[in-house]
Design a protein around this ligand. Structure first.
Ligand SMILES: [Zn+2]
Length: 118
């Protein structure tokens, strides 16, 4: 008999979270004092400081090129607390970077069409 409870429990999840995410999230919120850590100047001295509840990867996990790198990006030192507006701004700029990354770079000159070779 199929277990509908688990099926329903997973259906609302829009993106996969690492195992134990809830505990990780609570740990990061406590570590960062419940306030947004987004730097407001180039030295990172001033932080946003607004109340935050968005635990975010500083280096986004889609940047990982290997399993080892992915595991490193899941560590606490790559997580920080952001407020909703900083998180939204960061996510939208990352989405732009990701689309750039996915676009293949053309390093070589385009090859001539075989039909044009004399
Ligand atoms: Zn903020």
């Amino acid at each position: 008999m199929p277990n509908a409870y688990w099926k329903d429990k997973d259906s609302y999840r829009s993106q996969p979270r690492p195992y134990g995410w809830k505990a990780i999230r609570e740990r990061i919120i406590a570590r960062d004092g419940g306030v947004c850590q987004m730097p407001q100047d180039s030295q990172g001295i001033t932080r946003c400081g607004r109340p935050g509840n968005q635990v975010d990867h500083i280096v986004p996990v889609f940047m990982a090129k290997s399993q080892q790198e992915l595991e490193r990006l899941e560590q606490d030192d790559n997580l920080w607390l952001l407020c909703v507006s900083c998180h939204r701004r960061k996510t939208s700029s990352e989405a732009g970077k990701e689309s750039q990354r996915r676009r293949p770079k053309r390093r070589r000159e385009p090859e001539r069409h075989p039909g044009l070779i004399d």
